[in-house]
Design a protein around this ligand. Structure first.
Ligand code: ZN
Ligand code: ZN
Length: 399
């Protein structure tokens, strides 16, 4: 396909902080695994591009919906010294956006559709994984694509979905066809499709890494951002007796309730551990999710609930990124038979198709989208989200 397209592009200056050394996978002036150590003066521009062409194993997708993620906000946000907040893999300039859905318009040779096991024809409704795992390195070959050693990330170091079109490896795409059972309009299907990525992050954390729960277990979610709220929905659907969400922002707490939380704790006004024990009649919870990014603040309360509660074998899953240390008392883990696990990413383990089937069979995800915008409005909304805590997911809808 010939022609021009728009892309919401992040630009920043390569000005490494003192003492920064290029890592093995970094490329001078272009790409680093330590974004906040290097990139300065971020700015967003809507730039014009040639519509890209799909190569072997790739497809060209017309983007229909793309959500703004906290990472987009942090990539575009400077600290006091002008460095970006986002600490991870980044390569600029790049088109932002990694929570996207769209329609296949053109397929390169050997681009296989997993639904039919045949080449893509065009017209398929799809969403995509954000992590471009290679499939060839040792972690990939061992079955851990979330820890690929040759990773690219859509909308971080390669061009993303706040654009009219995007070229994607076919291996990352998942069909949205099942969502026709749940939603009537195409717009709803594409909006829900754009939420499969963040829901898959939550699914990987609580089901794959946290080991899931048995119906009747209690769970506690710390942090009512999109991942925490998605976890509420998934665990309620898995049969949790009580889903407890700890979140001080009233709008987010309310949305959590709408999506599956049974109880809300405001940790700024109540004693977190006491409330967990009160709600669970002294039992505590089987699963605790750290989705706040403030582990040093949140963990002491989790530890107290594990120590004083009667549930053995609790699992704490750390899903939010944070450089801060967690104050862990080993004895609590020993005596209460508890464990802490980390979770990163969303690929592999059949997670994407299971999230899509969960939505198709009745897990309504759309309430999470609190605002819909046009492509031209993406830059101002990314900036607005630096301070706004009322909106949950702001999603760009394309014609
Ligand atoms: Zn994200
Ligand atoms: Zn790999």
């Amino acid at each position: 396909m010939e022609g021009k397209m728009r892309g919401v592009t992040l630009i920043a200056d390569w000005e490494p902080r003192e003492g920064f050394k290029l890592g093995p996978k970094d490329i001078e002036g272009k790409q680093t695994y330590l974004g906040s150590q290097v990139w300065r003066n971020p700015r967003i521009e809507i730039r014009e591009y040639d519509i890209p062409k799909p190569g072997p194993g790739e497809v060209l997708v017309k983007v229909k919906a793309c959500g703004i993620c906290g990472s987009d906000v942090h990539m575009a946000q400077p600290d006091e010294e002008g460095y970006i907040y986002y600490p991870g893999l980044t390569g600029f300039p790049a088109i932002l956006g990694h929570e996207l859905s769209g329609v296949v318009v053109e397929a390169g040779p050997g681009a296989i559709d997993k639904v039919t096991n045949k080449p893509f024809k065009g017209g398929e409704m799809v969403c995509t994984e954000e992590m471009v795992w290679c499939g060839a390195c040792q972690p990939c070959a061992d079955g851990f694509p979330n820890h690929c050693e040759r990773l690219d990330e859509i909308g971080f170091n390669i061009n993303g979905g706040f654009a009219d079109y995007i070229v994607l490896p076919a291996k990352l795409l998942w069909s949205l066809e099942p969502l026709k059972k749940m939603y009537k309009t195409e717009e709803e299907i594409f909006l829900a499709g754009s939420l499969v990525e963040p829901f898959s992050v939550a699914y990987t954390a609580v089901i794959q890494r946290g080991g899931g729960i048995k119906p009747g277990d209690n769970v506690v979610i710390c942090g009512g951002g999109p991942i925490g709220i998605a976890a509420c929905a998934i665990l309620k659907r898995q049969g949790a007796a009580r889903v407890i969400l700890s979140e001080p922002q009233p709008e987010r707490a309310q949305l959590g309730k709408l999506m599956g939380a049974d109880y809300i704790i405001d940790p700024t006004k109540e004693d977190f551990a006491e409330r967990v024990l009160e709600i669970t009649e002294g039992m505590g919870a089987k699963l605790y999710l750290e989705a706040t990014g403030l582990p040093s603040v949140v963990y002491p309360g989790i530890e107290k609930a594990i120590w004083e509660g009667r549930t053995l074998d609790s699992t704490v899953v750390v899903v939010a990124r944070a450089a801060a240390k967690m104050p862990v008392t080993g004895e609590v883990l020993q005596v209460r038979r508890a464990q802490i696990v980390g979770s990163q990413g969303h690929s592999g383990d059949g997670t994407f198709p299971r999230v899509i089937q969960s939505i198709a069979s009745g897990m309504d995800v759309l309430p999470m989208i609190t605002k819909k915008i046009k492509l031209e409005e993406v830059p101002e909304n990314i900036v607005m989200l630096r301070t706004d805590r009322k909106e949950c997911k702001i999603t760009c809808v394309m014609d």
